[in-house]
Design a protein around this ligand. Structure first.
Ligand SMILES: [Cu+2]
Length: 159
């Protein structure tokens, strides 16, 4: 018995279309990464992860008042905590968070806000939020970082 594999013409066409799309996507990503310079989202600058404790402003993590209602907060994420662990800011404040890691990949997530970023060693992540409600906000690490990951949390008191 001699059975040759027969492929329908429409099937061949769709297969070609699929490969063509893959080639277009690959070309687009390659071109964009070369022309624009690829960098992870929301990372604003690089930092030597082994020298975080000596690199300003991360040598003194914490809250900085920029102007009335405007704050910057510098965080160092490390296994298994955030430094500063807890902060307090007035209600209505526009806060820009700058977070870096001194060891492994971490996450920085504040439920009920839009604040959600990965924290990669060697990079400074930045995300902003205006706190319009009073209360205690939880900061959680949402990237598994080791045996104590579930205890890695911080808090923001909005008064
Ligand atoms: Cu973690």
């Amino acid at each position: 018995m001699n059975e040759s594999i027969h492929m329908h013409r429409a099937e061949k066409l769709w297969l070609r279309f699929g490969f063509l799309m893959l080639a277009i996507f690959l070309a687009t990503i390659t071109t964009a990464s070369i022309i624009d310079g690829i960098s992870p989202p929301s990372r604003v600058q690089t930092i030597d992860p082994t020298k975080v404790a000596q690199t300003p402003p991360f040598d003194h993590p914490g809250v900085r008042k920029i102007s009335p209602g405007h704050y910057e907060v510098y965080y160092v994420a490390q296994i298994f905590s955030f430094n500063p662990q807890s902060i307090s800011i007035p209600v209505g404040s526009h806060v820009t968070f700058y977070i870096t890691s001194s060891d492994v990949e971490h996450g920085f997530y504040i439920p009920a806000t839009g604040v959600n970023t990965m924290v990669t060693p060697g990079w400074v992540s930045s995300v902003s939020h205006t706190f319009t409600k009073t209360g205690k906000f939880l900061i959680v690490c949402h990237e598994y970082c080791g045996a104590g990951h579930q205890f890695m949390a911080g808090s923001i008191e909005v008064q």
